[in-house]
Write a protein that binds this ligand. Structure first.
Ligand code: SIN
Length: 299
C-alpha cells in the first residue's frame, strides 16, 4: 500500500513582518507580501534594513504605485548591495545595470526569458542574492509572475530525505536550457558574450541544501531550468531526484502569484525561491525592468 499524496500542511508561517517603517500584507499562505504606506525613494537607511528583513521572511515583497524611473530603480538597487553580473541581458543606455525585459504585442516566441521555473543565474559561482523587477506596461490579464518557497518545500520533506540531501552538491549549468532554446528556435543562439557563454555552459557546483547567508534558514537549491546533474551521480541516478524535487517544490501549496499593475515594483530572494514569468499574453505588450544584486558563494 502507498500513501496517496495529500496537500502539505503545518509549518506555514507567512504572518506579517513587523516594521516601524511600513505596513505588511501577506499575499499567500506560503510566501509573498505587499509592503504598504511607503515610497521606496523615501526609505531611510533603517527602513532599507527593515525591508531586507521583510524580504528574508516573506521571500518576495512588492509595492504598488511606485512608478520609478530607471535612475530611481538603479539608486534603490544600489542601497541593497552592489550589482550582480547579469548573465543574459544588456542594460538600458541610461542605466547599464537596469535591464529591460520587453515582449512586444506582435511578438510570438516558443520560449520567453524567465518562462520556466528557475532561480536566477545559479550556474555562476556567485549567483545574485536579490532580483528586483518593475512594470511599466502590461497585459490586461496574463503575465503574472509566480514564485515558490524552496525553504518551505525543504521543511515538508521527511527528516530521512532531508538528511540524504544535505551532503549532496547540485551541478547548475545553462547547457540544457541552451539546447532547448536552439531546438525550439531551430537555430544557434548565444549569450552575446563568449566568456559569459563559457561560464554558463560550464556552470557551478553548489550545495543542494543551502543555508541562507543572513538567517541561516535551510532551503533547497533546486532549479527546473538549470539543475543539470548531481555531483558524483550518473544522469540516470540524478535526473529522477531532480525531477522529484522540482515537482515537490513547485506544488501549488508552496507558491504565490502576483498580478502586475503598471507602476508596481517587486523583489525576491534567490536563496530561497524559484520563479517563472509565463508566456501567456500574446497580442499584448509587457514592459518590465530588472536589476540583480550580488550574492556570495552559496554555502
Ligand atoms: C525573470 O525571470 O526574472 C522575469 C520574470 C517575469 O518577467 O515575470
Amino acid at each position: 500500500m502507498w500513501q496517496v499524496r495529500v496537500a502539505p500542511c503545518g509549518d506555514f508561517d507567512n504572518h506579517p513582518f513587523q516594521s516601524n517603517h511600513f505596513g505588511v500584507e501577506p499575499l499567500a499562505a506560503a510566501m509573498g507580501a505587499e509592503i504598504t504606506g511607503v515610497r521606496l525613494t523615501e526609505l531611510s537607511d533603517e527602513g532599507i534594513e527593515s525591508l531586507k528583513h521583510a524580504l528574508w521572511k516573506h521571500k518576495m515583497v512588492y509595492l504598488v504605485d511606485q512608478n520609478l524611473t530607471h535612475a530611481e530603480h538603479a539608486a534603490f538597487s544600489r542601497r541593497l548591495g552592489p550589482f550582480a553580473i547579469d548573465a543574459y541581458t544588456q542594460g538600458t543606455p541610461e542605466e547599464r545595470d537596469v535591464h529591460p525585459i520587453i515582449k512586444e504585442a506582435d511578438e510570438v516566441t516558443p520560449s520567453l526569458f524567465g518562462g520556466g521555473w528557475h532561480t536566477d543565474s545559479p550556474f555562476l559561482e556567485e549567483p545574485p542574492s536579490i532580483t528586483t523587477l518593475r512594470q511599466i506596461e502590461g497585459p490586461p490579464y496574463g503575465g503574472d509572475t509566480t514564485w515558490t518557497n524552496t525553504a518551505l518545500a525543504f521543511k515538508h520533506l521527511s527528516p530521512t530525505f532531508q538528511a540524504m540531501l544535505r551532503p549532496l552538491k547540485v551541478w547548475m549549468s545553462a547547457r540544457n536550457n541552451f539546447a532547448t532554446q536552439e531546438f525550439l528556435r531551430g537555430a544557434a543562439i548565444s549569450f552575446g558574450d563568449v566568456t559569459k557563454q563559457e561560464q554558463g555552459l560550464k556552470g557551478s557546483v553548489h550545495p543542494f541544501v543551502r543555508k541562507h547567508p543572513v538567517t541561516g534558514e535551510e532551503a533547497l537549491y533546486i532549479c527546473d531550468t538549470y539543475a543539470a546533474g548531481i555531483d558524483g551521480m550518473t544522469t540516470h541516478e540524478a535526473k529522477p531526484l531532480i525531477d522529484f524535487l522540482v515537482q515537490h517544490t513547485t506544488q501549488h501549496a508552496f507558491t504565490c502569484r502576483l498580478r502586475w499593475k503598471p507602476g508596481m515594483f517587486c523583489m525576491w530572494d534567490n536563496a530561497a525561491t524559484m520563479h517563472l514569468g509565463p508566456n501567456d499574453y500574446d497580442g499584448f505588450r509587457r514592459e518590465m525592468y530588472r536589476t540583480t544584486i550580488a550574492g556570495g558563494v552559496p554555502r
